[in-house]
Design a protein around this ligand. Sequence first.
Ligand code: NAD
Length: 269
Amino acid sequence: MKDFAGRIAVITGGGTGMGRELARQLVAEGCNVAMCDVSLEAMAETKRLCEAEKLPQGLRVTTHVADVSIEAQLQRFRDELAEQQATDKIHLLFNNAGIGGGGSLFTNSREQWERTFNICWGGVYLGVRTFLPLLLKADEAHIVNTSSVNGFWASVGLGVSHTAYSAAKFAVKGFTEALINDLRLNAPHVKCSVVMPGHIGTSIVSNSRKVQSGTESDELSETEIGLARQRMKGMGIDVAAMSDQDIQNAARERARSFLEDAPTSAAQA
Ligand code: NAD
């Protein structure tokens, strides 16, 4: 999809990080945005930042409190959106919401494991399930699911365990590949893709660092310093602005060096 003007996008987890940058980018391109998050306060800030740009007349940015792991809350979001955006269709669905799942099978409780899995993977499945009827009504539509570098390389060699997070992000990648085929057969006007960001400086990273270190310290971990040195630490805007050719080329270059480095690091682990 080349032109976002006048379209309607749904973003889950629009309160901070990449979801916020995405909302700002889409609004700047004239796209209406309906976002959900567990934090109303965070979404209010995203909305304020979006509206700080000079919005085209009539463009709508709406905020909806919903937990992506709870189907009834997503259905309420869908109903509110239909009313507040005055539409029965959407063109873009960004299943972006997620939480850090730092922690090993040896330390995480089953509840922690399930929470990470239900949000990072369940939220993507429920997002598609809830919004597919609205995507089907658009002339063309696109679903973007957020996996992670942990969805193809489960933190081997980084000295940190992310068992539930990696399992969930692998599931997002596998689900997306199967969904691409399903849509091709049943609804070819709906496209689907997966985004697999590397290390991006957002609150998900600092929060899981604090959980792992057991402190409130904002000091970067050795892993993060290593990634920053290799120029592999990006910002939310790097992912949100993937339509920008220069940023795409830089991201490809980073991904290439990351993949080239991966087997060596894994062997050293
Ligand atoms: P972030 O913490 O800044 O943003 C995540 C947003 O999701 C927050 O606003 C949070 O409140 C919201 N959220 C959390 N649980 C939710 C729930 N149950 N329902 C609704 N909203 C919920 O982090 P981010 O880095 O912008 O993360 C966005 C996505 O990118 C996540 O899926 C994350 O796993 C993925 N990702 C992040 C990185 C990274 O390095 N930051 C790398 C790869 C993938």
